[in-house]
Design a binder for this molecule. Structure first.
Ligand code: ZN
Length: 148
């Protein structure tokens, strides 16, 4: 591994830990349009995703849950990444993220994923893939009846 690559890996690791220790958008919404519970029995991860829409825009998201650092950091990053986006934009981001987590190299170097790319290393650990996808699976359910 080159020094540059090692530096990036260290930076990614730090970002994941930061989201795990100080999760963004953690909590519940007062009047959510959807609440989607999602469980990962393989790891014991739990996510309850609260979503608010205005038309086809995701105006607010919050989550509660517990579990491994990957599952909780991924939930925190997901809420930051899609908040304020349209359902179509969020869905496109989910497609790219999903491909990246499953090991797609082109997706892993796609800058539109921004900080989400810090989770690209998960693709090398099949047991953690479900953890990284959990919150996004909840989002997918929330979006299901919104996308024409
Ligand atoms: Zn997990």
């Amino acid at each position: 591994m080159s020094d540059l690559s090692a530096n990036i890996q260290a930076m990614y690791q730090e970002l994941i830990l930061d989201h795990y220790r100080r999760p963004r958008n953690k909590g519940t919404l007062e009047s959510p349009d959807r609440i989607v519970p999602m469980r990962n029995p393989l790891c014991g991860d739990e996510i309850d995703l609260h979503v608010r829409f205005d038309g086809d825009r995701l105006t607010d998201l919050k989550f509660t849950g517990r579990g491994c650092s990957i599952s909780q950091a991924a939930a925190s990053m997901m809420t930051e990444a899609v908040k304020g986006k349209t359902t179509a934009e969020a869905s496109a981001l989910w497609d790219r993220y999903h491909a990246m987590i499953l090991g797609d190299q082109a997706a892993a170097s796609d800058k539109t994923l921004g900080p989400l790319r810090s989770l690209s290393g998960v693709s090398k650990f099949p047991a953690r893939v479900r953890c990284a996808l959990l919150a996004w699976n909840a989002l997918e359910v929330a979006l299901e009846d919104r996308i024409a």
